[in-house]
Design a protein. Sequence first.
Length: 397
Amino acid sequence: MAWEYRRIGDVCTVERGGSPRPIDQYITDEQDGINWIKIGDTTDSMFITSTAQKIKPEGAKKSRYVQPGDFLLTNSMSFGRPYILKIDGCIHDGWLVLRDENYYFDKRFLYYYLSSPAVYRMFQNMAVGGVVNNLNSEMVRKLVVPVPCKEEQEQIATVLDRINDLISLRKKQLQKLDDLVKARFVEMFGDPVDNAKRWPTKPLLEMGNCKNGMNFSNNETGISIHCLGVGDFQNKTVITDVNSLPMISLRESPSKEYLLHDGDIVFVRSNGNKALVGRCVAVYPGNIPTTFSGFCIRYRKQDNATTIPYLLRVLKTDSIRTKMAGRGANIQNLNQQILGTLFIPIPPIDLQEQYAVFSDRVDKSKVTIQQGIYILEQMKQTMMQKFFGEIDSGIAL
């Protein structure tokens, strides 16, 4: 049966969030506080189930109230990402809310449609801005959406759910391996802050140098290059397959200082979610040109006092992450000044190398699982292309 197509604005209510200002004056720990839903409250799941903060009831009057079952859509930075609410609360102006008040959609079907490559390409064409692209409610209202019968929507959503479930299982396996590595590190080295008295220390920036990532517009034309962004850090410690990273288009090749080398450690430098700031991965791009986004900062080791596996795990410990905690009310930041305060214990190199051998074995297992995740992600993209790809040009601006 042929699908009916409608503009989202004809079948859903689309509204933008709002923020009481200054927001710090409205944050509260009181029981009558209302969930303050931020982009940092999202996870890999399609659902938002909890928030880190609440706002006062008087702040809600200056915001946008949303309810379970509503869709949220990011409208800046990582624009166009959909989530389904399982809680009520208020949203700031970095969100758009979509309400399917007439129940046209199976919620999972609409989620997968909004997550599809076809829709993302539409959003890219619609988005406006320079370094940070933005969507607005009027643009999203013009988006064409298929409205098959509910039974067909449920069948499509179930197929995609099965792939998502397999991806979630693989990610849990990665977490178990990461927990194993953490336990081995503690067994061999203990806490790095405590061991500052046990072994000599060296300032992190005396052992290497840092560089902030590039600011760029992905609408530029010219050369294409792989780019490590904040969204690529989840569930990863080491990235060896840079082909799995997204491609960006630049007018010209980035200078050498913006190209990653084998063994570079890249941190999340800036993000609205403080818990993500300071997260890091080691990258091994080989001969494949790879850069990193302006929301990241690159560290390049320049001496032999530490091995990369040892140093990387030190930088991932809770005690060091606490020292790297960013500053700022909404966008948290990591910079060279903060990294300059870090002192790294230097245990005997043979002990570090023993740990490196163990870590390398686990990393190989993780790479195998990550490759499985990549295959499943590609399968999901293929299925979404099959279901939704024919409406690539179905936007009327």
